[in-house]
Write a protein that binds this ligand. Structure first.
Ligand SMILES: Nc1ncnc2c1ncn2[C@@H]1O[C@H](COP(=O)(O)OP(=O)(O)OP(=O)(O)O)[C@@H](O)[C@H]1O
Ligand SMILES: [Mg+2]
Length: 241
């Protein structure tokens, strides 16, 4: 059987800001990176090293200055906006530091958002899936609540469920637990990890927390726009709190 494409492949990716101006600066200097299906990888590195810039390129929110990004085997550089948006919606899920939940919607409706954007009114199967994901992140009883009626950690768990509802191949997360206290961060990260194990998507997660990075399958360290470390982490047993 032919080998399946990796979920993500970057080759020679460079990013400069303010191109052609006196303050032009290259912040990513030729990134090569492959993420196979199922990997749960931490992206770490000092502030300003280019982590969010890299995630934004992968998320197709910004374009590289040079190099190529393949999502599910599809080269993205030459895609037009329509095709790029379709590919992004099909293959990617997002979790941000601040959840960006819609205040007027319930938790369940927020989780359903990616499906509604893709295909209009969600059917019974979609609602069942969203409800099951909420249950899995420990919020089965809170599906009808609005974001303001939930704690910060609960809101981030809704965001995790939302990122997964449309069965993306890759979830990119930029400091998803960055604004949570340590214990809540641990809980959210652990749930994220467990849902991932069952769903089998790939995850690339930026974290400043070395301890959380240690629980991932792989640690990628970015310093000054270069990948200086890419280590497979072997765990003798699954950690769960
Ligand atoms: N839109 C932009 N225009 C100009 N420079 C930018 C832009 N976005 C980011 N930069 C610069 O690129 C570099 C990398 O920024 P980036 O946000 O990717 O860092 P980071 O690793 O995510 O940092 P942090 O850990 O603080 O979130 C920084 O020097 C930043 O000032
Ligand atoms: Mg950042």
């Amino acid at each position: 059987m032919p080998e399946r494409d990796p979920v993500l492949r970057l080759s020679g990716v460079r990013k400069s800001f303010n191109v052609g101006r006196p303050n032009e600066a290259e912040v990513l200097h030729g990134i090569d990176l492959t993420l196979p299906r199922g990997d749960f990888a931490a992206l770490i590195g000092p502030s300003g090293s280019g982590k969010s810039t890299l995630l934004n390129l992968i998320a197709q929110l910004d374009a590289p200055t040079a190099g190529e990004i393949l999502l599910d085997g599809h080269a993205t550089r030459t895609l037009d906006d329509t095709a790029r948006t379709a590919l992004r919606r099909r293959t990617l899920g997002f979790v941000f530091q601040f959840h960006h939940l819609i205040p007027a919607f319930t938790a369940l409706e927020n989780v359903l958002m990616p499906l509604m954007i893709a295909g209009g009114r969600p059917d019974a199967a979609a609602r069942d899936r969203a409800q099951a994901l909420l249950h899995e992140v420990g919020l089965g009883e809170h599906a009808g609540k609005r974001p303001t009626e939930l704690s910060g950690g609960q809101q981030q768990r809704v965001a995790v469920a939302r990122a997964l509802v449309h069965r993306p191949l890759l979830v990119v997360a930029d400091e998803p637990t960055g604004n949570l206290d340590t214990q809540t961060a641990d809980t959210v990260f652990d749930l994220f990890r467990r849902v991932h194990d069952r769903e089998g998507c790939a995850v690339l997660v930026v974290t400043h927390d070395a301890r959380l990075a240690e629980t991932c399958d792989r640690r990628i360290r970015l310093v000054d726009g270069f990948i200086v470390e890419d280590t497979a982490l072997h765990h003798t047993q699954n950690q769960s709190s």
